[in-house]
Every structure is written in C-alpha cells, then in structure tokens.
Write a protein that binds this ligand. Structure first.
Ligand code: CA
Length: 662
C-alpha cells in the first residue's frame, strides 16, 4: 500500500511548507494526503510539536490547558499552515502533564474544540488530549514482553469477554472489579472456592481473550463510575486511547495506558493472546464527533442528497475508502499492535469497510508479525452509499484472504435464524443438517456439502478453514441458554445442559477457529435480554457461584478444549486437507450429522476419528463402521484417555455428541 509510512517519509514530513495561501477545494475528495507520521503532539522535555490535518480550514487554533476540565486555556496559539493540508505549531516549553485541543475555523464558523483524532492520551472523558511521556507508561520489563507462540490461527480458542462482565460481580473475588487489571488478576476464587479471573482462563484452556471495545468510548461518564452504568462500548470517541472507565484512575492520562499494558503483559506471560474488538466503522456521534469537528464531512460517507450514510445502524458510517481515513485506520491498528502488543483484531461490521483497506491493514500487520490475527463481521447493519462489491462482506472473503469472518451459517444452523427469536435450529431437532456440515468443514468447498441448502451463504467463502470463525453465541443477541429457553418454553435444565454441550462440541470439533462467549462455560444467562448493550450488571455480569453449581458443564468445556488442542485432526490448515480427510456419513437419520476424520488427518495420532451429533430430542440408533471404537465423548462426558469400548449398533442419547476413535 503506497501510503504506508516509512521512516524516509517521516523525515520528509518535518520539512515545513512555506506556502501560507488558502487553497480552494470544491470537494473533500480533493484534499491532499499527509504522508508524515507526526500528527497530534510530539513531546520532548524542551519542546512539544503539534501537527494536525485539516485542509479545508481557514484558521486553526491550538489551546493548551492545565487540566482536563478547567474553563480557561493557559494559552491559545494560531497554528501555521504547513504541507499537505496540515497545520503546525511548536511550543518551546516542557508541556508534560498539560492538555490540548485543536479548533478550526471553516465555512464562517468556529467548530468545537477537539483533541483531534490522533491523540494517544486523553483526560477524563476524552475531551482533551494529554501530553505525557510514553516511556513512563510502560510497566516493568515491558520491553521483554512476548506474544505467546501460535503456529496456525486454527490453533486458536477465542474467548470473548467484556471487562466489566468478567469481574464486576462480587463472586469473582476480584480486587479490581470491572477494570483492566481484573482480567489478569491471579489467585482469585468464587465464594465456593472455584478459580476465577486469570486462573479460571488458564484452567479452561483458552488461547485468546477477545476484549470487547476497550479504546476510549463515549457512553460511560468517567466521572461517575460508582454508578451502575454499563455499555458494551461500541461508541468510539478516541480510537488510539484506552477506555478510562476500565482504569483505576481515569483522571490521570497515563494510568489507563499503563494498566492496559500491564493486563496484556500478564496475559502474555500466562500464554494467552489478546484480540481487541475495534470499531472503526462509525463513531458515537456524527456531526459532533472529533473526526467531523476537525475535518468536516471528510471522514464519513454521505448519499448524493447529503444525508449521512448509516450502514452501521448508529447514524453514521466512516469512509475507509478515503485516503486519510484509510491511513488513519491502518496506522491506528499498527499502533495498538506495537505500542500495546495487541495480538489480533476483531473488526466490528467489517462489511462497512472497503476491501482495499482491510487488505492494507493485513499488509501492514504482516510487516510487524504475520501471526497477528484479523477477523470480522462480514456484514453491515444497513445499506451504504458505497457499493457492496467493494466492501469486505462475507461473500467476498476470498478477496480479503486471510482475514477471517464470523460464520453466521454455523451459528444459525445450530440455534435458529437470528431473525426469528423463537424458532430453533439443529440443537432442537429442526434440521439444518447441510448448514451444520458446512460449518464442520469451516465454510470451505467440500464435495459432500450442497451449498444450495446453506442457511445464509451459497458460496464456500473460506479459502482455508482459518478464514471461518465458528461460534454459537457472542455478546450480540441471546446467549445459548436464553435462546434455547426462548425456543422451548419450560425446557428442563437437564435437557438444556445436554443441548449446550452438543452446541459447543459441534463448534469445538469443527474445522476453522472456535469462538465462545465468556461465561457460557458456567451456564451464564442474560435473563432473556437479547440486546444487553446498556443493561445493568444484574443482566450482564457473570455470576461465578455458577461455576461450582455447573462444575460438570465447566469440566466438559475444559475437556473439550483440551481434546481439540491435543488433536490436530480438528485443526486442519487447508481446504484440500479437509476435503481429503473429512468424510460425511451420507445415510444418517434425520437431525443427525456424522463424519469421520481419516488417515491420521493433519498428523493426528488417532488413525480414524468418528464424530456423531444427534440433534433430535430423543435417542437414535446408529450403526458404527466395523471394528472396535474407543469413546472419548459419550453420555455428556469427555475423557481423551477413553471412556469405554463400543462396536456394532450404538444407541445415541437425545441431544448427545459422540466422539470415537480407532
Ligand atoms: Ca470513555
């Protein structure tokens, strides 16, 4: 990508343009691209250099403040027009600990003050940028922090967690409830003595935590954190700064930075990678946003009649295809990967972004570390001014390989179409066998899968299994327990538990990348609330006393994850390998899917693995292929060492998953 910055370009950028003439632009598309990498503030003890980009502005002011909320600035400077649409000003003082904003004059008006979009530190609630010495934000030994090893993305087991959900309940035993530090705290237990926090994650065996939005978002008032306010965080305010509400002191700009780094460092030291949920597709507000107050109308998409594009469903959508927006996203992702050592990125509504931008991010990350993962939602939440065929939608996934997409096909085949909250899927005996098979092959092309019968997609969109994220639930919509309860009113808990085990067994044995929602392993529910983005802790918090109560379920999840990690047959790395080694039984009873993984697939120690899923709410009889089989998953238990020997005719229980090997 030609606009990726290198050090030579950075040197060039320090040359100040002497032409102080007001340029005229008819359209924002005519704005020049700034090729330097010093936007925002560059601090040294003797001088801070400011540069911002706002080509259409007629004047730009720089305000310096003593703190994040005082009314009067310490000083206001008129910035000078510089090259490529930028404005600069150097303050020859030590500004450490001070705050700043930019303010532009354009179209006959002064716009609101803004920290700009390149701010890397902010004060409480993110209205002003902060000038800090980043060297002082690094925890001890940060320079030796290493990403845990990962050979293939199919080796990942992703655990999606909201910072507050994980530790806010008193049953977590956390000393940092709802904070970054809570996610990496060890030695905590539930009242019943069960491990919680970091020890819980290690016991479960996941490899990646995917943290819900943890950049600075707008919806939570950071001055009122004692109130029970809650938000998922899909309302970006400052993209390059951690959220203040997750720090122990949102008033001190360095604290949130240091504590997020500390969390990542500790997770890394315990073998866990960190994926960050990033939401570049829209901002909390449109017209009033930092982006729009700095460069009106540039960073967003509009229809021809000047109405705002809204494919996010949140009132605005960003224009990743515009060069400076694309550059901003690429640089922001690179920044999180380098400054914070983030190991992967989950792109919210990735189908809003253009494919060229997604590929540019991948290219930039490859230069840092090719094992940094990328996946996203291959859809949007509405129509867009930008044509579908250039956007990163699921059906176009081969054009942005290897970035992965969520398989809503396996999700909805399991639990029923998301558009119908009360109608179930395979888990309650409602068919969808072909879509389950499509999920099992990781959305790759397979000779035994009839694409015409797939619930959402009629193309095999995954180039390799690593391009498909398999899941049955995430933060969106009801969690598994609530969905099954909605599907079958008055369902008995024993049946629910069996269906839950069946659901995750399908996810965790499928080719592709398994993904789970935090708390499912302790039978979490959200009390029937679907869109719980502003629901209180009473809905969203994980109640850790459930771990003792549902220990059998937890052990099942734990053993299931261990089984996947021990057996590469479930983690094949190419579509060809899957097509060759994975063979479906073409003659199963209705609501049953069965397949074998043959010939020591992907170097597995087991020659043949037979997997059978009974989606019926009643037992079925299944004729095993010849010979004796060792059962490792049977009657709701998993033991890789073997539970029993079976052969001939096998009675499979209602909603049961069976895994056998020879
Ligand atoms: Ca915030």
């Amino acid at each position: 990508m030609k606009r990726i910055l290198n050090s030579a370009l950075c040197l060039l950028a320090t040359l100040v343009c002497s032409c102080n003439i007001q340029p005229t632009y008819t359209y924002v598309d005519e704005y020049p691209v700034y090729e330097g990498c010093d936007l925002g503030a560059t601090f040294t003890p003797s001088r801070t250099s400011f540069r911002t980009w706002s080509p259409g502005a007629e004047q730009v002011r720089l305000h310096i403040y003593a703190d994040a909320s005082s009314d009067e600035p310490l000083a206001t400077y008129n910035m000078r027009r510089a090259k490529q649409g930028t404005w600069t000003y150097n303050v020859q003082q030590n500004l450490e600990g001070k705050f700043y904003t930019f303010q532009i004059y354009q179209n006959g008006q002064w716009y609101d003050e803004t920290p700009g979009i390149w701010a890397k530190a902010v004060g409480v609630n993110g209205d002003r940028a902060a000038i800090i010495d980043f060297q002082k934000t690094n925890p001890e030994n940060w320079e030796n922090d290493q990403r845990p090893a990962m050979a293939h993305f199919t080796d990942a087991v992703i655990y999606e967690v909201h910072m507050r959900d994980f530790t806010i309940d008193s049953t977590s035993g956390s000393h940092f409830p709802g904070k970054f530090l809570g996610l990496s705290e060890s030695g905590t237990t539930s009242p019943q003595g069960q491990k919680t926090g970091l020890d819980h994650l290690k016991e479960l065996g996941i490899t990646h935590v995917q943290i819900l939005p943890s950049y600075d978002y707008a919806s939570i008032d950071e001055t009122k954190l004692d109130s029970n306010f809650y938000n998922w965080g899909y309302d970006p305010e400052n993209y390059n700064v951690p959220e203040g509400g997750y720090s122990t002191n949102p008033y001190d700009p360095a604290t949130r930075i240091r504590e997020m780094k500390q969390m990542i460092q500790t997770l890394h030291a315990n073998g866990i990678r960190v994926i960050m949920d990033v939401v570049y597709n829209h901002t909390f507000v449109g017209y009033e946003s930092h982006l729009n107050q700095l460069v009106p109308n540039y960073f967003y998409r509009f229809y021809n009649d000047s109405t705002w594009g809204n494919s996010s469903g949140c009132g605005n959508e960003t224009a990743s295809e515009r060069p400076m927006m694309r550059q901003f996203i690429v640089e922001s992702v690179k920044y999180w990967a380098t400054e914070y050592h983030i190991d992967g990125f989950r792109f919210d509504l990735m189908g809003i972004h253009d494919i060229e931008t997604v590929n540019a991010i991948r290219t930039a990350l490859d230069q840092i570390d090719p094992t940094i993962s990328m996946h996203g939602e291959g859809w949007a939440a509405g129509g867009s001014p930008l044509a579908e065929d250039v956007r990163a939608l699921k059906q176009s996934a081969p054009r942005f390989y290897p970035t992965a997409v969520f398989s809503d096909d396996i999700r909805d085949a399991l639990r029923g179409n998301w558009m119908d909250g009360n109608k179930g899927g395979f888990l309650v005996g409602n068919g969808y066998e072909e879509s389950i098979k499509f999920g099992i092959v990781g959305a790759t092309a397979h000779p035994q899968v009839d694409l015409a019968k797939i619930i959402h997609s009629q193309t095999a969109y995954a180039t390799t299994p690593a391009q498909a994220i398999n899941y049955v639930s995430c933060h969106d919509d009801p969690c598994v327990v609530d969905k099954l309860k909605a599907t079958i009113p008055n369902i008995k808990e024993q049946e629910l538990l069996a269906m839950d085990k069946l659901a995750q067994t399908i996810v965790f044995t499928s080719q592709g990348v398994p993904f789970m929602y935090a708390g499912e392993e302790v039978f979490r529910d959200k009390k029937g609330v679907h869109n719980s983005y502003i629901s209180p802790d009473s809905i969203n918090a994980i109640d850790w006393s459930r771990k003792a109560k549902y220990r059998d379920l937890f052990d099942y999840y734990k053993n299931l994850i261990a089984l996947r990690k021990a057996h590469p047959a479930f983690r094949m790395t190419s579509a060809e390998m899957v097509a060759k080694h994975l063979v479906f039984d073409a003659k199963t009873p209705k609501n049953v899917v069965a397949y074998t993984l043959n010939d020591n697939a992907n170097g597995d120690t087991w020659r043949t693995i037979l997997v059978i899923f009974n989606g019926n709410r009643k037992p079925v009889s299944y004729t095993l292929p010849s010979g004796k089989w060792t059962a490792v998953c049977r009657h709701g238990k998993i033991d890789e060492q073997g539970l029993e020997q079976v052969s001939g005719q096998l009675k499979i229980g209602a909603s049961e998953a069976v895994i056998l090997f020879q």
